[in-house]
Design a protein around this ligand. Structure first.
Ligand SMILES: Cc1ncc(COP(=O)(O)O)c(C=O)c1O
Length: 371
């Protein structure tokens, strides 16, 4: 028999596939139970924005046609929102697509890319898939002022001649930890101009406007800065797969050369163009998240479970023992959370913030299992 794994390029042979959250339909099949809630993939409990739903319906009749490969309307709306030129925007099939494009465009086997321990699992996959070296830097400890976050001085020290990319998620997934403006800005300033800093802001919208660290405001200052954003979280469009990055036009031009010509589908383009104008929905998403986060954090406090203070739409909870039996018990009670042993956190589960009703149920289950 042919060994196809051996035929794969060396980087691909070594990488571990991404493990997604368990779908509701799978748990229904496995346990034959109904009324399941999924708090495993940091999705929006409100569903898509109503403006996006309207736009999707209007776009349905155009489905025989290819999408606008340049995504003009969406880029125009994004350019207005961010106050930048359309030439600075690259659209992606989710921001995941943009992360992969960055690795494909800027890394080859003689290069390395740096990222933090306990950060988004797609970074090492994207880096290894193109045969480059992935440099994982130990995260800060649980006792740090910001537990399980990026150790920026250590990341800086790891930069060498071969470094092309640095991936930083702020806020970070799966920990929820976040970097303050001063330390992040000082770090970006200290990075050589020919090393691209990718600031992944998938969860930016969940921090209050006053607390928000918005890297897009620094784009004029740093030509080596790339900001990635998504419509999957606060805008409730995860199923559509649409995200983007902001960068200087030269970087956007490079990414544009290798992206699939129609990498964002027409319904996603229409939905995102409408969603970006739906301020009311965004405000509601943030409010529901803040309320749910409070409920879950209070429940963890009551049970003596430590967690990482989070500025995302999820909480990383430490059960101080192997979390898999707890995960399993919760599944049997119809609640899907996310194990993070694959991130090196076997005692933790990541719990997405759902609707108020879902969080009431989550906290009841948590108290049942851990109380
Ligand atoms: C930190 C981070 N970045 C990027 C993504 C990718 O999101 P999407 O491809 O849905 O835009 C995720 C998804 O969970 C994430 O957690």
């Amino acid at each position: 028999m042919t060994d196809f794994k051996k035929m794969a390029v060396p980087g691909v042979q070594k990488l571990n596939p991404y493990i997604p959250g368990k779908p509701i339909s799978e748990l229904e099949r496995e346990l034959g139970i109904q009324n399941i809630i999924k708090l495993a993939s940091n999705e929006n409990p409100l569903g898509p924005s109503p403006l996006a739903m309207q736009a999707i319906k209007a776009e349905m009749s155009e489905l025989a046609l290819y999408p606008d490969g340049n995504g003009f309307e969406l880029k125009k709306a994004l350019a207005e929102k961010h106050g930048i030129d359309m030439s600075c925007i690259t659209l992606g099939n989710g921001s995941n697509d943009v992360l992969v494009l960055l690795a494909e465009a800027f890394l080859s086997p003689e290069h390395n890319a740096i990222y933090s321990q306990y950060s988004f699992a797609v970074y090492p996959i994207a880096i290894q898939a193109v045969g480059a070296q992935h440099q994982m830097i130990d995260a800060t400890s649980w006792d740090d002022e910001m537990p399980l976050g990026c150790d920026l001085p250590a990341m800086k020290a790891a930069i060498n001649e071969q470094t092309r990319l640095i991936f930083i998620a702020n806020p970070n997934n799966p920990t929820g930890s976040f970097l303050g403006q001063d330390e992040l800005l000082a770090f970006i300033k200290s990075v050589p101009q020919d090393v691209i800093v990718v600031l992944d802001e998938a969860y930016l919208e969940y921090s209050s406007v006053e607390e928000r660290v918005d890297g897009s405001l620094w784009l004029n200052e740093f030509e080596n800065l790339v900001i990635t954003r998504t419509f999957s979280k606060a805008y409730g469009l995860a199923g559509f797969r649409v995200g983007y990055c902001l960068s200087n036009p030269d970087i956007a031009n490079v990414l544009n050369r290798i992206r699939q010509p129609f990498n964002v589908n027409s319904l996603a383009l229409a939905a995102a163009t409408a969603a970006i104008k739906d301020d009311e929905f965004l405000a509601k998403s943030m409010a529901v998240n803040a309320k749910g986060m409070k409920l879950l954090a209070a429940s963890c406090d009551r049970l003596g479970l430590r967690f990482v203070p989070s500025k995302g739409n999820f909480l990383l909870v430490d059960f101080a023992q192997d979390a898999m039996p707890i995960y399993q018990q919760m599944l049997e009670l119809g609640v899907i959370t996310r194990p993070v042993a694959n991130y090196g956190l076997p005692n933790c589960l990541r719990i997405t913030i759902g609707s108020e009703e879902e969080m009431q149920r989550m906290t009841t289950v948590l108290e049942q299992v851990c109380g």
